[in-house]
Structure formats: C-alpha cells, structure tokens
Design a protein around this ligand. Structure first.
Ligand code: UDP
Length: 332
C-alpha cells in the first residue's frame, strides 16, 4: 500500500517524502514541478509529473499502485500573490483539493492529510490562538485553505473518509541530515530571505513594518522546524490508520519571535552584518501569530526535536549555502 504525496517535490512535501521513505513506506509523488524539483524526489519514490486534479493521471497511478492515504501538500502559498490573484489561488488550492477529495472518496482511499495554515485565523484577537477559535482569514490564501477544511469536514460526515488538517504556523529550517531544504528561487519567507542576504545572494533585505503592536514593532511568528512539522504528519497517518477520528490541529511550538529577533539570529550565526532596510507593512500580514500548541501533543503524542530558533537558522543557512554553491545531492 502506498501513500500519495501531492507536492512531494516541494519544500514541505519533500520532507514528508524523505520521512516516509525513512520509515519504509511506499511513496508516490504527484507534482507538476511548478515550484518543486524532480531532483528533490529520491529514486525510491515514484514520481508522477502532473496536475493533482487530472483524472487521467489518477487512473495511471491507480493502475500501478494501491493508494492507502493521500497527503495533500501541493498548493500556492504566497499571501501577497493570493491578494493579487484570488481566482488563481481558489482554483489551485480549493478547486483542485475538491477534485482530490472526490478522487479519494470514489476510490475508497480513507485517509487524507491536508496541509492547512495558520492563515485561517486571520488577525487573532489573542495569542496563542487555539483550534477552537473562530477562523477569520484576512486574505485569499487563508480562505482558499479554510474552504478545503470545510469540504473535508462535510465529506467526512457522509463518506468513509477521515482526515487530519494540520494548520501550519511558519515552517522553516531544513532536513537535519542536509538532504533537502527550501529551494524555491524566489521564496519570500523571512528566514530564507535573511540567510540569502547573509550569504550575499541578495543585497540586504527589507523589514516589512516596524509599527505593529508587538514588543519591538515588528511582526511575531511561531517558527516551526520542517522535520518537526513532518513528524506530526507521520503521527497523523498512524492515527488515521488506527481508525482515529478526523482532527484539525495547529502545528507550532507555542512561542514566537519577531522579525528583528530572527534577523539578529541570522546575523549572529552568519557573522555577516548585512543591510536591513526598515520599510512599510506588507499587505495581508497579521501582527502576531502564535500557535496554541497543546492539542497536537495531546491528540497525536507529538514531541518536537528542534524547538530552537538558532538551530533552525543554522539548518536554513547550511542548506542555502549548498544551493548557492551547487553542492547538494541531486536524487535524479
Ligand atoms: N518579512 C520581512 N521581510 C521579508 C520577508 C518577510 O519583514 O523579506 C516579515 C513578514 O512581513 C512577516 C514575517 O516576516 O511579518 C514572516 O513572513 P513570511 O513571509 O516568512 O511568512 P508569513 O507569516 O507571511 O506566512
């Protein structure tokens, strides 16, 4: 029995593929390679290049593999892009996920793990924010993901499909064994941007907003290391395999760091005092987002291993340097 990982050539999905293979699972990756890389998918996984909503592709996959679970990572993830292109985001993130859920239902695939996001909370009135809070996304990205959670909830009521939706806070860092990291060339994520600045790959960086109602005026986020995040997915898979009920869980550490704090850590670790420009706010950014992080521990027995910003930054820095120097191993 195989696990179908959509978006398995990307950053987070790619770490899922590594973890599943490490655990001896059979893995089929479905990825259109729009932002992912074939070289990131180990040969031990079956790579199918195509659209997650393409039924011809599904037929081909089902002809060759018995799919027991779907882990759906493939999505568009840039908040400002979602503001500029809402229909593109609703199509990629919502419409295609609907198709994939139907594929699961029609083919008796009972277990579904969905990459959701803390963006479903919008601008929380209080932090940490718990799963019981009313979702109130403030951008099309968050809405596009929340609609999928709702679809799964309604679907699970009437079909033999169970799901775990994991609401990711800010995913960062890289595989501790150095096999993979965030590799998208134009990634906009803070730690990626900062380590690129530290490595001289970009001319300094901007801080988007210094007038937020936070201790130092910059936004606060809960940065979760990518392998820790993936560990929650493997536990979710075990939970679903045991017939566990559908769950919606935050994935974060339960504490946050400001943009300034992150930049200070990157400067310290790299030894490079790169230029930092203080600029205006970026559209769609909430001031603070910190996970209420108990439920994932209680429901899945999750225990993080890399809950340390300096370690996360070191991993991201090491990976970025490999990318810059072309010294990473290509799987294919
Ligand atoms: N940010 C920044 N400069 C950058 C990239 C990000 O100041 O070059 C800020 C951004 O405004 C937000 C925080 O860093 O407050 C985290 O942004 P990121 O894009 O990493 O993740 P998001 O929280 O938007 O998912």
């Amino acid at each position: 029995m195989a696990i179908l990982v959509t978006g398995g050539a990307g950053y987070i999905g790619g770490h899922m593929v590594l973890a599943l293979l490490d655990a001896g699972e059979e893995v089929v990756v479905l990825d259109d390679l729009s932002t992912g890389f074939a070289w990131a998918v180990p040969k031990a996984a079956h790579l199918v290049v195509g659209d997650v909503a393409d039924s011809a592709q599904w037929k081909e996959i089902l002809a060759k593999h018995r799919i027991e679970a779907i882990a759906h990572f493939a999505a568009k993830i840039v908040v400002p892009d979602s503001v500029a292109d809402p229909l593109g985001y609703y199509f990629s993130n919502t419409v295609k996920a609907r198709a994939l859920a139907e594929f699961a239902v029609r083919n008796g695939i009972k277990n579904f793990i969905f990459s959701s996001t803390a963006a479903v909370y919008g601008e929380p009135a209080v932090n940490p924010i718990f799963e019981t809070a009313q979702p109130a996304p403030i951008n099309p990205y968050g809405r596009s993901k929340l609609m999928v959670e709702w679809m799964l909830e309604d679907t699970a009521k009437v079909h033999s499909l169970s799901y775990v939706a994991l609401r990711y806070f800010n995913v960062a860092g890289a595989d501790p064994k150095g096999r993979l990291g965030q590799s998208t060339p134009n990634a906009t994520h803070l730690i990626k941007v900062a380590v690129q600045a530290a490595l001289g790959m970009r001319a300094g960086m901007d801080v988007f907003g210094t007038d937020y109602p936070t201790p130092d005026g910059t936004c606060v986020r809960d940065y979760i290391q990518v392998s820790d995040l993936i560990a929650a997915h493997l536990l979710a898979l075990g939970h679903l395999r045991r017939g566990g009920e559908s769950l919606v869980l935050n994935c974060g550490y339960g504490h946050g760091n400001s943009v300034r704090e992150v930049i200070d850590v990157v400067k310290e670790i790299s030894g490079n005092d790169f230029e930092v420009r203080l600029t205006g706010r970026r559209a769609g950014d909430p001031a603070a987002l910190v996970a209420g992080a108990q439920a994932v521990r209680e429901r899945l027995g999750w225990k993080p291993s890399y809950n340390d910003l300096a370690e996360i930054v070191r991993q991201a820095y090491r990976w970025e340097r490999k990318l810059r120097d072309g010294t990473f191993a290509r799987a294919r």
